[in-house]
Ligand binder design. Structure first.
Ligand SMILES: [Zn+2]
Length: 529
C-alpha cells in the first residue's frame, strides 16, 4: 500500500513537475569513463564530464543518459585544453585551423610575445568576428611594436613626449583587451631601451591588471642580471612577471640553474609574483642576426650592410663574435642550424660549420664568421641553436612555477624547417618528460599547461575542469601520447590525442580537423575600461 502510494506520488510529480522527475537536462556532449585530471594538480579521478552551450555543465558522477553526443574515454585522460602562454601567432588568421597546436592539445594561444605584437590589438582580436578560428586567441602588447611606431629604430632614449605617446599606445591596447606588456630586450629596437622606459610602460599595463612577459636582455653570459632586471621591472610596476622561454644559452654557465631559478625563488619569497615558461628542447630558435653584436645591426639590415662594407668595422665585428663564442665556451658555429634561408634553401637543415665546409672548404671559425656575414648581407636566415643543456631543461621543468609554452607560430604544413616545438612541445612533455623520464608527474604537467597559465594571465573561467568553466577539453592516451617532429623533419603532428574540444565544439576528432571553428578571442582585465 505504502509502495503503491509512492508510485502514485511519483507519477503525479512526473506529470506536474517534469523538472523534478528528470533533473538532468539534455547535454550537448558527455565524455564518459574518463580519468579526469582537473588542471589544479590534484590526482586524477574517474567520472564523466558534460558540456552544454560551450560550458562545462557537470563533472563527476551523474546521469549521463540524455546527451546528444557521447564520447567514450575508457582508458583515457580528459584534461582542460592546454594554454600556450608564449606563442608567436600573429599569423593565426591566415591559418585559422592552427592544426599544429590543436593536434598537441593546445586550445588557447597567447601571442604578442618577445616585444612583437599586432599594433592594433582591438582590430586583431576583433578579426575573429569575420574570420573564425578553431583555437582561442589572446594577445600581449609588444614593446618593440610600440617603440618602433614612436621612436623608430633609433638607438636612443625616448623624449618625454615620445614616452607619453608610447604610454598612450599601451593604454589603448590594454583597454582593447591585451593581457599585458611583452618585451624582447635582445631585439631591435627593444634592446635600446633602458630599464626606466620599460618600467613606465609596465606601470600603464599594471593599472589594467596586465602581466609583464619578457624575453629578457640576455640568456647567455649575463642571464643573472637580465633575470634581475625583469623582476625589478615587475616590482617597480607592481605587476606579475613572466620570464619567457627560461634557459641558459652559454655553455660556460650550463648547470647554473640553482642560481637562475634561485633568483626567481628569492623574488617570490619577497612577495613578487614571478613565473617562467619553457619549451621542452635543449635548442632555441631565432634569427641569424642574433649572432651579431647589437651595435653592428642597429638601424636595420641596410645599416648593418654598410658597417660590414667597411673593412675595419667588419674586422671589429668578427673579433667580437669570436670573442663571444670563446666566452660561452663554444668551439665553433656547429651549434647553429639553418631553419630557413631564402637566398639558398639548400642550406636548410645544415649547420654553419657544415655550410662553411661546403661553400668555403674550411673548418676555421674565421671562415664561419665570413659565411654568417654573407648570409646576413643576403637577407639573413631563421636559425635553430643547440645551445642548452638537457640537465638545465629538466631542472627548470621540475620547478612548480614553470609553465609549458611553445614559442611557436602557427605552422604551414611542409613549409621551411622550423623548430619542432611548434608541432611537438606539449606532447613531448607528456611522452618524454612525464612517461619516460618521470621528471614531473602527469597531473603536475597538466597543471603547468592549464590552471597555472590561466591564473597568471587572468583567465578566470579556463584552465580547469570545473562546472561553469569554458569547455576547452582534451582527451588523450597517456600511454601513447608522443611528439614526432624533429629538427630534421619538423612537419609531423603529435599523436595520442583522440578529441580536442574548444568552447564546446569538437575541433579535432582523433584523425582529422572537423572544420568546427569555435575559438574565441580572450580579452584581458582592462577590456572596455
Ligand atoms: Zn623570445
Amino acid at each position: 500500500m505504502y509502495r503503491a502510494l509512492l508510485i502514485i506520488v511519483a507519477i503525479i510529480f512526473s506529470i506536474a513537475s517534469p523538472v523534478i522527475a528528470q533533473p538532468n537536462e539534455s547535454f550537448d556532449i558527455v565524455i564518459n569513463n574518463a580519468r579526469i585530471i582537473d588542471g589544479t594538480g590534484n590526482p586524477w579521478f574517474r567520472g564523466s564530464v558534460a558540456i552544454k552551450n560551450g560550458r562545462i555543465a557537470r563533472v563527476g558522477w551523474f546521469d549521463t543518459s540524455s546527451a546528444k553526443q557521447v564520447i567514450d574515454a575508457k582508458g583515457l585522460i580528459v584534461a582542460p585544453g592546454f594554454i600556450d602562454v608564449h606563442a608567436h601567432t600573429e599569423n593565426v588568421f591566415d591559418h585559422p585551423l592552427a592544426e599544429n597546436f590543436i593536434r598537441m592539445g593546445v586550445t588557447t594561444l597567447i601571442t604578442g610575445n618577445c616585444g612583437g605584437s599586432a599594433a592594433d590589438i582591438g582590430e586583431f582580436l576583433g578579426r575573429i568576428n569575420t574570420k573564425p578560428l578553431a583555437i582561442n586567441i589572446s594577445s600581449l602588447i609588444g614593446h618593440n611594436t610600440v617603440r618602433s611606431a614612436v621612436v623608430g629604430l633609433d638607438n636612443r632614449a625616448p623624449t618625454p613626449e615620445e614616452q607619453a605617446k608610447m604610454n598612450a599606445l599601451v593604454e589603448k591596447a590594454m583597454r582593447e583587451g591585451a593581457v599585458g606588456l611583452s618585451t624582447g630586450l635582445i631585439y631591435l629596437p627593444g634592446t635600446f631601451a633602458k630599464t626606466e622606459e620599460v618600467v613606465e610602460l609596465a606601470k600603464v599595463a599594471s593599472r589594467f591588471g596586465g602581466t609583464y612577459a619578457s624575453h629578457i636582455r640576455d640568456e647567455g653570459l649575463l642571464v643573472g642580471d637580465a633575470i634581475k632586471e625583469a623582476i625589478n621591472i615587475g616590482e617597480q610596476a607592481d605587476m606579475p612577471v613572466q620570464i619567457s622561454h627560461f634557459k641558459i644559452s652559454a655553455k660556460s654557465l650550463w648547470g647554473q640553474t640553482p642560481m637562475t631559478l634561485g633568483l626567481v625563488r628569492d623574488a617570490r619569497s619577497r612577495g613578487v609574483t614571478v613565473m617562467v615558461d619553457q619549451y621542452a628542447y635543449p635548442a632555441s630558435s631565432t634569427s641569424l642576426d642574433a649572432r651579431m653584436p647589437n651595435w653592428a645591426i642597429a638601424g636595420g639590415r641596410e645599416e648593418g650592410r654598410k658597417r660590414l662594407a667597411d673593412p675595419e668595422m667588419r674586422k671589429k665585428i668578427a673579433h667580437e663574435m669570436k670573442d663571444g663564442l670563446k666566452k660561452r665556451e663554444f668551439k665553433d658555429y656547429s651549434f647553429a642550424y639553418v631553419a630557413s634561408y631564402r637566398a639558398n634553401p639548400e642550406f636548410n637543415g645544415k649547420n654553419i660549420a657544415e655550410i662553411t665546409e661546403m661553400v668555403r672548404k674550411s673548418k676555421k671559425v674565421d671562415d664561419q664568421i665570413e659565411q654568417i656575414f654573407e648570409m646576413y648581407e643576403k637577407g639573413g636566415a631563421q636559425m635553430v641553436y643547440q645551445v642548452m643543456s638537457e640537465a638545465d631543461v629538466k631542472a627548470i621543468m621540475a620547478e612548480p612555477f614553470t609553465m609549458i609554452a611553445s614559442d611557436s607560430g602557427v605552422r604551414e604544413f611542409g613549409s621551411g624547417v622550423p623548430h619542432p616545438r611548434g608541432y611537438g612541445n606539449n606532447a613531448r612533455v607528456l611522452g618524454k618528460y612525464v612517461r619516460e623520464l618521470k621528471i614531473i608527474n602527469l597531473e603536475d604537467a597538466i597543471r603547468k599547461m592549464t590552471s597555472l597559465p590561466a591564473n597568471m594571465f587572468g583567465m578566470r573561467d579556463r584552465g580547469q575542469i570545473r562546472e561553469g568553466f569554458a569547455a576547452d577539453l582534451v582527451v588523450f592516451d597517456e600511454k601513447t601520447v608522443n611528439d614526432h617532429a624533429t629538427f630534421e623533419k619538423p612537419h609531423q603532428y603529435a599523436t595520442g590525442f583522440s578529441t580536442v574540444i574548444v568552447n564546446g565544439g569538437v575541433v579535432f576528432d582523433g584523425s582529422k580537423m572537423t572544420g568546427k571553428m569555435s575559438g574565441a578571442a580572450i580579452r584581458g582585465n582592462g577590456f572596455g575600461k
